[in-house]
Design a protein around this ligand. Structure first.
Ligand code: ZN
Length: 209
């Protein structure tokens, strides 16, 4: 995870809101890895999610260059919402933490509602980013969270047990036994560790090689 950036981190939470929670790592032993280091990272991430298209991103970046304070505030607001989204799916039922996160999401949807805009493009309907720096990302994230937290799928949101990961993902496997955010990273590492432990044990106990 240490050589990753917002352009290379895996996007495999299964829902927009979970992917956004996974823009940082949540290691069990403290410390964390932040992938949102500036407003531009929000834009790059949203483009990877195809939430916005390249022209929207260019327009937002041009606005951010002109209004650096506003862009910084937009990043701070996004990071605050990310904490609330994490609590929404990682905390227990009906706790104060959950209630507070639900209030944050409700407030975000209410304030973003006037800026949300859907438009028919080619064969599909797409969200069109508002040009305002503080009004293009939070609404879609909060709506994605509202949809998931109120659906039966909420019960299938899991936390990856990878020790430097703890990302959230929606387990969409047929038998509901997905354990890791990805078999290529955390799952693969755990598998390699188990393999190593299994094969070194005979020598440690003094058995003949
Ligand atoms: Zn993981």
């Amino acid at each position: 995870m240490h050589d990753l950036t917002i352009e290379t981190i895996r996007i495999n939470g299964g829902r927009l809101c979970l992917d956004f929670v996974n823009t940082r790592s949540y290691p069990a032993l403290g410390g964390y890895r932040e992938f949102l280091r500036g407003f531009g990272d929000l834009v790059l991430w949203a483009q990877r999610e195809t939430l916005i298209e390249a022209p929207d991103g260019q327009r937002l970046m041009a606005n951010a260059r002109e209004e650096a304070d506003l862009a910084r505030r937009a990043l701070n607001d996004a990071v605050a919402l990310r904490s609330a989204l994490r609590c929404l799916f990682a905390s227990g039922a009906a706790t104060d933490t959950l209630r507070s996160a639900l209030d944050d999401v409700t407030r975000t949807i209410r304030s973003a509602a006037p800026t949300l805009h859907l438009e028919a493009r080619n064969q599909s309907v797409r969200y069109v980013a508002a040009p305002a720096l503080d009004a293009w990302l939070l609404g879609p994230l909060a709506i994605s969270a509202m949809e998931l937290v109120t659906s039966p799928d909420r019960a299938h949101v899991k936390i990856c047990p990878g020790e430097d990961c703890h990302w959230l993902f929606l387990d969409q496997s047929r038998n509901g036994t997905r354990r890791w955010c990805s078999m290529d990273s955390c799952g693969g590492k755990a598998k390699a560790r188990t393999h190593y432990e299994t094969h070194r044990r005979p020598n440690r106990s003094g058995a003949a090689p």
